[in-house]
Design a protein around this ligand. Structure first.
Ligand code: FAD
Length: 405
């Protein structure tokens, strides 16, 4: 039985290990991670954990007893090199791990803000539990919070601290929120939601410097204005951790390049999760996603292959984000849609946006409308579409699916 070494003990790495055991893998399973403690989930870091509603012990994906029971060896260390000829992974502390199959699940890291002052005290990112703990410590004493980047993580953070009564300003370089991921209708809804709770949102805002001696005191914009700030959160996207793969001679192109079964060009090395770029049936080309669904489904697909039940990866992408009392759920990929139909009542805070490309439904974004989201996932999984003419005011997605079936 092959010994599997997994580098990266995040959502995807954990899931590979758990699924291998679930599917009866008998060889060694070694999970190498460079963060302290047992693997944990990241989504609450910008939501319930940040606000204190979720205690730290609930972040763990499983308790230590799970790993003991299933014979999953947790190794704390940083992988620094792969010798593909000898099938060994070198760790920073000079240990070496021999593998039959190697899984790279190294995730991403925060993109750094390329301006003077970015390293001042009080300028933080949000990726790890350590980051969230540092933010929690700062929030108590903060008076002026500036969030750089109006994407999911920046906005979730902004919502969490606005609910704690802090003054928050969100700086977005483009002309709308979550631009990379949602339709203009959803962007507009979330802008209103944040502004209604007292958050200031500035568009076209380009940060040129952060001011302060040791501690940050202000954020300077390209127009010369300086916003007072004693806590700055930078959420301007991530960079995939591909260096290990590239140094080992594996193909890398904004992610570790894998095929439909998560294999790199070396049949003994696979990659999964945020760090992997794969041929997506839904995108019709190479795709790298940053979501829990993607990490979990990649991992399950790989574990199935390694235990002899290979199937090409075909999962429908889906995603969620919680901001205030609005639960956004997205099924499918809507980035280059050419038509969007709003169904439901945005004013009442419950609606879905049906996004079409060349007449085909490619994505459904639902705000506080979980039944639509679930119906969309079902429809996309079955490879179906929807005629936009059915989207009359009385349209019920679940009933429509049942009738189609
Ligand atoms: P990661 O979880 O990043 O894990 C990679 C691990 O590998 C890390 O622990 C890293 O330190 C480790 N590593 C890297 N290099 C090495 C090395 N050389 N040696 C050893 N270890 C290494 N997704 C959603 O779908 N919904 C949400 O609401 C949502 N909210 C989020 C909120 C926050 C604050 C963040 C940060 C992310 C959120 N995400 C959300 C995204 C989701 O958490 C990620 O897509 C998911 O964690 C990806 O899993 P992964 O295992 O691929 O990568």
């Amino acid at each position: 039985m092959t010994d599997v070494v997994i580098v990266g003990a995040g959502q995807a790495g954990f899931q590979v290990a758990a699924s291998l055991r679930e599917k009866g893998h008998q060889g060694r399973v070694v999970l190498v991670g460079d963060e302290p403690g047992v693997p944990y989930q990241r989504p609450p870091l910008s939501k319930a954990y940040l606000s204190g509603a979720l205690p730290g012990e609930r972040l763990a994906l499983r308790p230590q007893a799970f790993y003991d029971k299933h014979g999953i060896e947790l190794v704390c260390g940083r992988a620094v090199g792969i010798d593909r000829d000898r099938r060994r992974v070198a760790l920073a502390d000079e240990r070496e791990l021999e593998y039959g199959h190697l899984v790279l699940a190294t995730g991403t890291r925060n993109r750094e803000l390329p301006v003077p002052g970015a390293k001042l005290d009080g300028v933080l990112g949000l990726r790890t539990r350590t980051d969230a703990d540092a933010l929690r410590e700062r929030i108590g004493g903060a008076r002026n919070v500036v969030v750089i980047g109006g994407g999911f993580i920046g906005l979730e953070f902004a919502a969490s601290v606005a609910e704690l009564g802090l003054s928050v300003t969100v700086l977005e370089a483009s002309d709308r929120l979550m631009r990379r991921a949602v339709s203009p209708a959803v962007s507009a809804h979330y802008r209103e939601l944040h502004e209604r709770r007292g958050t200031r949102v500035l568009f076209g805002a380009s940060v040129v410097a952060l001011h302060g001696d040791h501690e940050v005191t202000g954020v300077e914009l390209a127009d010369g204005s300086v916003l007072p700030a004693d806590l700055v959160v930078v959420g301007i996207g991530v960079v995939p951790n591909t260096e290990l793969a590239a140094d080992a001679g594996l193909a890398v192109d904004d992610g570790i390049v894998v095929d439909e079964q998560m294999s790199t060009s070396d049949p003994c090395v696979s990659a999964v999760g945020d760090c992997a770029v794969y041929p997506s049936r839904h995108a019709g080309g190479p795709l790298r996603l940053e979501s829990v669904q993607n990490a979990v489904d990649h991992a399950r697909c790989l574990a199935a292959r390694l235990t002899g039940a290979a199937e090409p990866y075909a999962s429908v992408p889906w995603f969620w984000s919680n901001q205030f009392d609005a639960r956004l759920q997205i099924a499918g990929l809507g980035t280059d849609h050419d038509e969007a139909v709003v169904h439901g009542d945005p004013e009442a805070g419950s609606f879905s946006v049906f996004c079409f490309r060349a007449g085909r439904l490619v994505c459904v974004e639902s705000v506080n409308r979980t039944p639509d989201h679930m119906a969309a996932r079902k429809l996309f999984t079955a490879g179906g579409s929807l005629n936009r003419d059915v989207l009359t005011p009385g349209f019920d997605f679940r009933q429509h699916l049942a009738a189609m079936a």
